[in-house]
Design a protein around this ligand. Structure first.
Ligand code: G6P
Length: 365
């Protein structure tokens, strides 16, 4: 009903706007004076310090969050991480021992493939800590420890606030592991926690830009294909941007690592091809710019997600977001992706909250 949507046209839009609040709730009570507090992890400091390998398993949007989680854990805890799609993980050889930590990531906690992957890993002796949004769900109950995302119920089939809170939770887990294995000091933790605490306000700034996306949808809803590009922490954001657009607007879209474009997708670029590029501040900014130049040289329509001082003159659109730490930029850059997909789908009159053929939670294999 309209009341449940809190005055928004769709649940998805309401949930996009709930993100700053959801992030605050995910962070609440998780930090004290340079220490990350995760009380539901239930593994001893000895077990945590012994972790030698981590495997993240997930499906759909949660898999994209897991891909970014790999970068966080490898950076902050220096533990090697593999990321698997749960339906692939299930049927490949598993090299697991008690120093292997498996981390299923799931909004619902009920996805059949993710649950089965968890059970297999546990059976083989892995320690399991899940990242989950639904309290007491099957995946939460089967795991040794849980890190809840506290996004609140997510109704729209296309995941939004669950995704950004998963990123926040993975960031916390990385800091936590970094501390337990002696890689990060209290003063590092303090600084990094402060940076993520500042995000909700920065996300508000992106939300206030919504009218620009309505305008964009009017001009771009007729395109048949979109390409999304990003590098490093924002490569999975490109994948997520493409997934969101496919899911709710039924427009074909492909996400790619910008540096890999020359190995295929560049063949698709012509004057009809919208290319959404994440070009916010990062260590690979210059590399991304050269990829954008390759698109422009072929008359592709560049739609850039940029910071205020780095707008691209050759782009047909610059969606400006505040500059934040590179590691945290995916949480900010996810919002333009959500708005792009939402407004194109809404302009086309699609059923945004209940897209055809999709389910909120896939509980069969
Ligand atoms: C379905 C949903 C997606 C979700 C995926 C994984 O495909 O439509 O939005 O990302 O399942 O769900 P989970 O609950 O495990 O995160």
């Amino acid at each position: 009903s309209a009341a449940e949507k809190g005055g928004y046209k769709h649940f998805m839009l309401k949930e996009i706007y709930e993100q700053p609040r959801a992030i605050r709730d995910t962070l609440m009570g998780k930090h004290d004076d340079g220490e990350i507090l995760l009380s539901d992890i239930h593994l001893s400091d000895g077990d945590l310090a012994a972790v030698e390998r981590i495997q993240l398993v997930a499906c759909g949007t949660s898999w994209h969050a897991a891909m970014i989680g790999k970068y966080y854990i490898e950076k902050y805890a220096a533990i090697p991480v593999e990321v698997d799609i749960a339906s692939e993980y299930r049927y490949r050889p598993k090299i697991i021992n008690p120093t292997t930590l498996v981390v299923p990531v799931s909004q619902s906690g009920e996805t059949a493939d993710t649950l089965a992957a968890l059970k297999d890993a546990k059976q083989l002796g892995a320690k399991v800590i899940c990242i989950c949004n639904v309290v007491d769900s099957s995946i939460a109950r089967e795991s040794h420890g849980v890190l809840y995302t506290n996004a609140g119920p997510e109704i729209g089939v296309a995941s939004t606030k669950a995704f950004t809170t998963q990123l926040a939770a993975l960031y916390l887990l990385a800091l936590f592991l970094g501390q337990k294995c002696g890689h990060l000091k209290a003063k590092d933790i303090k600084r990094k926690f402060k940076a993520i605490e500042a995000l909700p306000e920065q996300m508000e700034q992106v939300l206030s830009d919504e009218p620009r996306y309505t305008e964009f949808a009017r001009n771009f809803h007729n395109h048949q294909d979109f390409l999304f590009l990003g590098r490093s922490y924002n490569f999975p954001i490109a994948l997520e941007g493409a997934l969101k657009l496919k899911e709710i607007s039924y427009i074909h879209a492909e996400g790619y690592a910008a540096g890999e474009m020359k190995h295929g997708p560049i063949a698709l670029i012509d004057k009809e091809m919208p290319v959404v590029v994440v070009a916010t501040a990062s260590e690979v900014y210059e590399k991304t710019i050269s990829n954008i130049e390759e698109v422009m040289a072929r008359n592709g329509l560049v739609i850039a997600i940029t910071n205020p001082d780095n707008q691209l003159s050759g782009a047909v659109e610059n969606f400006v977001v505040p500059e934040v730490d590179e590691e945290l930029s995916p949480l900010v850059n996810a919002i333009p992706m959500q708005f792009l997909a939402y407004h194109i789908a809404d302009y086309k009159g699609c059923d945004v909250d209940q897209p055809r053929n999709l389910a909120k939670s896939v509980t069969v294999e």
